[in-house]
Design a protein around this ligand. Structure first.
Ligand code: CP
Length: 315
């Protein structure tokens, strides 16, 4: 594996999950592997978990870590080719990414979608420009359409907590006050469709994910039906793909409640965080012993470490 931007970069999903679980047992077993190697973590957007967990993972592999908030700490970057740069962008990604590639052995990039122009967002221009110009392996720290480090984490967490060989996993849309990207649900769906799980997506009409992500998942528009017999409830809000970037529904019937969790097979509750309490999920669920959101966030370290170890071994 050279770049890590989607599930398609992983040759053997189950081996990658097992590597994450092995690293969780022996975090410092490969401290020599990344010695004298540097990772640069570039953030165009805010982060808590991705930033800290990837830094910790790299350090546990012996790497040096440089973190930069692009735009706030550096020059504003122009992403488009052939433009006359007489606006507010002081540097082109062609030079910036190439220079970063001189300092780093691996580069991580976080860049969210604008949620205005679907074609632009789904072209993944920022991620692809870094792949084009950096000359070093690129790890997605969440791009315009995917969040693969989160999805690997989610699969590791399901593997750890499952009680049946093929658990029933439900991704349920939940309300939110802001229009959010489709990255987490796109990516979660893409990974679940490749994993050995019984996968359902529940969302109101108008919230269909792009078909290349929803794949063969079972779809329901009933906010309760999918909960019946579920082993894992994964809640997430996303804005509409069809009516791009719009909020079409704020019905509180889609919030994850204790009443709905009581329909499940004693399901574990998952969310990538950050989460808005009593909008997405009620306190009684996220504070219950079935909530594994903190363990899930903890597993971000082992997902990142599995990915970085695999890339380091290919250098
Ligand atoms: N889940 C996640 O990516 O968290 P951050 O946005 O805080 O990194």
């Amino acid at each position: 594996m050279y770049n890590f931007t989607s599930v398609n970069d992983v040759q053997d999903l189950s081996a990658m999950v097992n590597l994450g679980l092995q690293l969780k047992k022996s975090p410092n077993a490969f401290r020599e592997l990344g010695k004298y190697k540097t990772i640069g973590l570039l953030f165009f957007n805010s982060s808590l978990r991705t930033r800290l967990s990837t830094q910790k993972a790299a350090q546990q592999l012996g790497m040096d870590v440089m973190v930069m908030n692009v735009g706030a700490d550096s020059w504003q970057l122009e992403m488009t080719e052939g433009v006359i740069m007489n606006g507010d962008k002081a540097e082109h990604v062609a030079e910036a990414a190439a220079v970063i590639g001189q300092y780093c052995d691996i580069v991580g990039v976080r860049s969210f979608p604008g949620l205005v122009d679907r074609n632009y967002d789904y072209s993944e221009q920022v991620l692809n420009q870094f792949i084009k110009y950096t000359g070093k392996p690129i790890v997605s720290l969440e791009s315009a359409t995917r969040h693969p480090l989160q999805s690997l984490t989610d699969l590791i967490t399901i593997e750890e907590h499952k009680k049946t060989a093929r658990p029933k996993v439900v991704l349920t849309w939940a309300p939110h006050v802001k229009a959010l990207p489709q990255c987490v649900p796109n990516s979660f769906a893409e990974w679940m469709n490749r994993a050995d799980v019984d996968f359902t997506i529940a969302h109101p009409e108008g919230y269909e994910l792009a078909p290349e992500f929803s794949g063969n998942a079972r779809i329901t528009h009933d906010p309760k039906a999918a909960f019946i017999g579920a082993d894992f409830i994964y809640a997430k809000n996303w804005s509409s793909y069809k009516d791009y970037g719009k909020i079409l529904n704020s019905d509180p019937a889609w919030m994850v409640t204790k009443e709905k969790m009581d329909l499940t097979n004693n399901a574990k509750f998952m969310h990538c965080l950050p989460v808005r309490r009593n909008v997405v999920v009620e306190d009684a669920v996220i504070d219950s012993e079935n909530s594994i959101v903190i363990q899930q966030a903890g597993n971000r370290v082992w997902a990142a470490q599995a990915v970085l170890k695999t890339i380091l071994e290919s250098l």
